[in-house]
Structures are given as structure tokens and as C-alpha cells.
Design a protein around this ligand. Structure first.
Ligand SMILES: *Cc1c(COP(=O)(O)O)cnc(C)c1O
Length: 390
């Protein structure tokens, strides 16, 4: 073994000693409630495809038609050659869905967070993040070079304390901007940010607000625009982010907001500028999913999802907000979470054990995610096996 590989092996062993080593599992079926993993059938509670749209005939058809019409690749960054009809059509659909002046699509949600935050905040600015925001936001914050402050998870009082401090800093450098970033439905805990209080605070202190609705888009709000809609604060949020790879069953991330914000990001978001545009099929699939979500058929899928969430909650899941398709089962020590996940796998139930660095050390959990495509029988089986295993 080369010196290079032996150093990396040593690092991997270190991870293994801490029960933090991960490996990939080969899936040979589509992402749906039943997964074929390494030749065996598993009941799947690990996907964020909450409405089953990743395998919906209309969504697949849209991807196929776009491939026929436009081919597979976008060719280049959109500023160079790739700003294709499929991207613009999706962005128009997203803007009208979110009721914003504009929207901009990125190839991943990770790229959307990275490009947007680093475009908006730089060295002399202040970024204020919820303690549990997604890694994409944390990485963006570090890369931006802005001064970073973290408020206790979902704690508006702590946010107020930090905003008061940030406001004082502006006394010294008046040009400094303050950007607050939170998720709406948190990806690992399934709980919900106090968006109304956060919006009031950022307005009181003249800060900007970015809300990542990765897990709430298409699931919450009277028109399924997300939790900002549910709380009636959409118009007061400068930067609304969403993803296309979760409930929308495709791939990518998007920002919705003012025309000026979108024009600014086209010029300044490096993950947009220096990256090949999404394949047209991916954008067309997301657009078809968006149409479905807003249709009567979509409303029915959401109803099925809600019924399944209720079944799990009635069966003993207590964590997470009402209506959250993310249902964490908090275990604590990493090795205990791994053991429980392995026991469930023995019974052909696939649930990921989520560990550091995704969540803090010693706060490992099984993260159940549920879909409209699970049957009542699927849920019952999971609950039975779980009862026998914990
Ligand atoms: C999944 C996720 C992202 C990243 O989106 P991808 O499209 O998977 O890159 C960003 N923020 C949150 C909160 C997420 O859950």
C-alpha cells in the first residue's frame, strides 16, 4: 500500500473506532417504499420523496419527453451556453408557485445555499444561523468569510440577543449587513422554526432573512408553498430557498424572491456561474412534479402522506412537528443507533442511523421518513418490528 493510501486507511480506522464509518449500499430498484438493496427486498423509510413523485408516470414522462426534445446534457453553465427553455419554464413555474417575481434554479440544493449565501454576505457582514441548520448553510457561512453567530435552535429570545449585538457592531461599520438563515422544517429533527417571531425580529433590527424550505416545499401551506405561506410571512422573507430533489422527486435547488435578487445571483452566485446547468430532463421533471403538487391528484397524495404520518405518530412517534414527514427516533449513543438500525435491517426494514457529523455527537437517531406511497400495512409492519426491537 502506498504511503498515501496507508495514511487514509489510518484515518478510516479512526472513524471506525468511533463507530462513524459509513459505506454505500447498492440499490437496484427505483426509490420507493420497497427497495431492492444488495439483492434483498426492504421496506424503505429513508427517502425524502414524500409524495412518491420520483416514480410518478407523469413526472417520468416529462423527463423522457425533455430528453427526446433537448438531449441529455445542458452543455455548459447557463451564462455560457446552457440557459435552455426547460430551465426558464421551470423558473417561471416556481415563481408563480411561490408568488415571487422570480426564481433561479441550481443543480443541487447544496449549490443553491452555497452560492446564495456567499453572494449575499462577505467579510464585513454578519451571518446569524440557527444551531441546527443544514451542512450546506454551515459550509456557505464558513466560505463567505462573514462573522458568524449561532442562535440556540428555534429560540427567538437567543436570536434577539444576537441581533442586538449585531446591531451594535453596525455602529462601528455602518455598511455591514446582517443575514439570518434558518430552515423552516428541520431536516434531522422534523421540528418547525418560529418563523413569525424570526420575521418580526429581523425587521426590528433591519436584518435580511433567508429561509431554507427544503423539506417543507410542496407539503405545507394552503397552496403547498411551504411553511412561510402557512405562517403568512412569505412576502416578508428576502430569500426563500427550496429543493427539487425531495417532495418534488427530481433534483436541484432553487431560490425564489425579487427580480433584483435573481439578477444579482445570476451575476454573483459562483455555484451557479461556474457549474454546468442541470440536464433539461431534470428541470422538466421538476416542473411536472410542481404541476402535480398543485392539482387535485397532488392534494390526494398529500392527504395520504398526512394519514401515514398520523399512523406513525399514533403508533408511538412523538418527536417532530405535526404534519412532519421526518420522524426521528432519538437513541443517543452512535453504537446504539447502529445496533437498532441493524436489527431493523434483519427484519428487512431500512432506516438510516443518523450520526455525527450530521447531528451532534451522542445525539444519534434513526430518522424515519414516510411517503404517501407507503400502505397502511407497511406502516403497521414497521411499528410492529420496532416494538419488538427497541
Ligand atoms: C437536502 C437539503 C439541502 C441540500 O439539497 P440537495 O438538493 O440535496 O443538495 C439543503 N438544505 C436542507 C435543509 C436540506 O435538507
Amino acid at each position: 500500500m502506498s504511503a498515501f493510501d496507508s495514511e487514509l486507511s489510518r484515518r478510516l480506522r479512526e472513524l471506525e473506532d468511533q463507530t462513524l464509518l459509513r459505506r454505500l449500499r447498492r440499490v437496484s430498484s427505483p426509490q420507493q417504499p420497497h427497495l431492492a438493496i444488495e439483492g434483498q427486498d426492504f421496506l424503505n423509510f429513508s427517502s425524502n420523496d414524500y409524495l412518491g413523485l420520483a416514480t410518478h408516470p407523469q413526472v417520468k414522462q416529462a423527463a423522457l419527453a425533455a430528453t427526446e426534445q433537448y438531449g441529455t446534457g445542458a452543455g455548459a453553465s447557463r451564462l455560457i451556453s446552457g440557459s435552455m427553455h426547460a430551465h426558464h419554464a421551470l423558473e417561471d413555474a416556481l415563481a408563480s408557485f411561490k408568488r415571487t417575481e422570480g426564481a433561479l434554479v441550481f443543480s443541487t440544493g447544496y449549490a443553491a445555499a452555497l452560492g446564495t449565501i456567499t453572494a449575499l454576505a462577505a467579510k464585513d457582514d454578519i451571518l446569524v444561523l440557527d444551531k441546527l441548520v443544514h451542512a450546506s448553510i454551515v459550509d456557505a457561512a464558513r466560505l463567505s468569510g462573514a462573522t458568524l453567530r449561532i442562535f440556540h435552535h428555534n429560540d427567538a429570545n437567543d436570536l434577539e440577543r444576537i441581533l442586538r449585538w449585531a446591531d451594535e457592531q453596525r455602529g462601528k461599520s455602518p455598511a455591514a449587513k446582517i443575514l439570518v438563515v434558518t430552515e423552516s422544517l428541520f431536516s434531522m429533527d422534523g421540528d418547525i422554526a418560529p418563523l413569525r417571531e424570526i420575521v418580526e425580529l429581523k425587521e426590528r433590527f433591519g436584518a435580511w432573512l433567508m429561509v431554507d424550505e427544503a423539506h417543507a416545499t410542496a407539503l405545507f401551506g394552503p397552496n403547498r408553498r411551504g411553511l412561510a405561506e402557512e405562517f403568512g410571512v412569505s412576502e416578508r422573507i428576502e430569500v426563500q430557498m427550496g429543493t427539487l430533489g425531495k417532495a418534488l422527486g427530481s433534483a436541484g435547488g432553487f431560490i425564489a424572491g425579487s427580480r433584483t435578487l435573481i439578477d444579482y445571483l445570476v451575476n454573483k452566485a459562483r455555484s451557479f456561474i461556474f457549474s454546468t446547468a442541470p440536464p433539461p430532463a431534470v428541470s422538466a421533471a421538476a416542473q411536472a412534479a410542481l404541476e402535480l403538487v398543485q392539482s387535485a391528484a397532488g392534494a390526494q397524495l398529500l392527504e395520504q402522506l398526512r394519514a401515514n404520518i398520523e399512523r406513525l405518530r399514533t403508533g408511538g412517534f412523538r418527536e417532530g412537528a405535526a404534519g412532519s414527514p421526518i420522524l426521528p427516533l432519538k437513541v443517543g449513543p452512535e453504537e446504539k443507533a447502529l445496533e437498532l438500525a441493524a436489527r431493523l435491517r434483519d427484519h428487512r426494514i431500512f432506516v438510516p442511523a443518523i450520526r455525527f457529523p450530521t447531528v451532534p455527537r451522542g445525539k444519534a437517531r434513526l430518522r424515519f421518513t414516510v411517503s404517501s406511497a407507503h400502505t397502511a400495512g407497511d406502516i403497521e409492519r414497521a411499528l410492529e418490528v420496532l416494538k419488538a426491537s427497541v
